[in-house]
Design a protein around this ligand. Structure first.
Ligand code: FMN
Length: 246
């Protein structure tokens, strides 16, 4: 961390971590919930818009939703390739840099993707890192990490039952090099783009998916063996086959 007092971004990142048994003491007062929608009472005029109808081959835009229960059928190997490519695949290469399926502030791409593989045909359960440049999975640890991953996500059961739990981390310096303390804003925006592509590709492939922001940050960092400062867990996405309703 910066030694001077202008490390407000680092402080935000560190102080907003969830720590087991030390969660913020806070209850929801529904009487004070802010209004969800804003409208102007006296606009100059109102333009009525046509009924939104997407092209038939874009149903994943309107059908996307968070699913938190999955069938225990294994996920196809090809689908993990499509998911990872949709999350951060390289689509345009130039001599000095390359651009991807997702946008990123300054084209700096601080987000990394780890996969806790639980139930994928042809891949042993374990923790893998997506090597984006070569589009391969690098195996870091073999074994069943469903319980540890679930615990690190505030004990949410969907993590235990997923075919894959993706963990998105940020390598802070990649963005801080240009944006200094403001980098944290862009890191979370970048992660949001990754998350949305994850949802849309999942829906396009007919899979169920949910993203997770409620994490015990350092439990997840420990699972991935990253230090939580230079590289830290930011966001999680669980995925699996949908439960078919017959
Ligand atoms: C940043 C973010 C964090 C989220 N974290 C969680 C979470 O920890 N647990 C959960 O069950 N859902 C989580 N969700 C899913 C939201 O609850 C869900 O998107 C919202 O209720 C709207 O429902 P929909 O996605 O089905 O449209 C998260 C979504 C976002 C965008």
């Amino acid at each position: 961390m910066d030694s001077n007092s202008n490390n407000f971004g680092d402080q935000f990142q560190n102080k907003s971590k969830y720590v087991r048994d030390d969660l913020p003491k806070h209850f929801l007062n529904w009487d004070t919930k802010p209004k969800t929608y804003k409208n102007y009472v006296n606009p100059i005029k109102i333009i009525h818009l046509s009924t939104p109808e997407f092209d038939e081959d874009l149903p994943f835009i309107t059908n996307r939703q968070s699913l938190r229960t999955f069938s225990q059928e294994a996920l196809d190997l090809e689908k993990i390739s499509l998911l990872l490519f949709g999350i951060s695949g390289i689509t345009r290469s130039y001599p000095q840099f390359a651009l991807r399926t997702v946008p990123s502030a300054g084209g700096l791409f601080p987000i990394e993707t780890y996969s806790v593989i639980n139930n994928v045909d042809g891949i042993d359960p374990g923790i893998y890192h997506h090597n984006i440049k070569d589009h391969v999975l690098e195996c870091l640890k073999l074994g069943d990490y469903r319980i540890e991953a679930m615990k690190a996500c505030l004990d949410q059961k969907m993590v235990y039952n997923s075919a894959i739990t993706f963990v998105w981390t940020a390598i802070i310096e990649r963005a801080k090099w240009k944006y200094l303390q403001r980098c944290y804003r862009y890191i979370y925006m970048d992660a949001g783009h990754v998350g949305q592509n994850f949802y849309l590709v999942a829906e396009a492939l007919g899979l169920g998916a949910c993203t997770i922001g409620a994490i015990y940050d350092n439990e997840l960092n420990n699972l991935l063996e990253i230090d939580g400062v230079e590289e830290t867990a930011i966001y999680v996405g669980v995925i699996g086959n949908k439960i078919s309703i017959i």
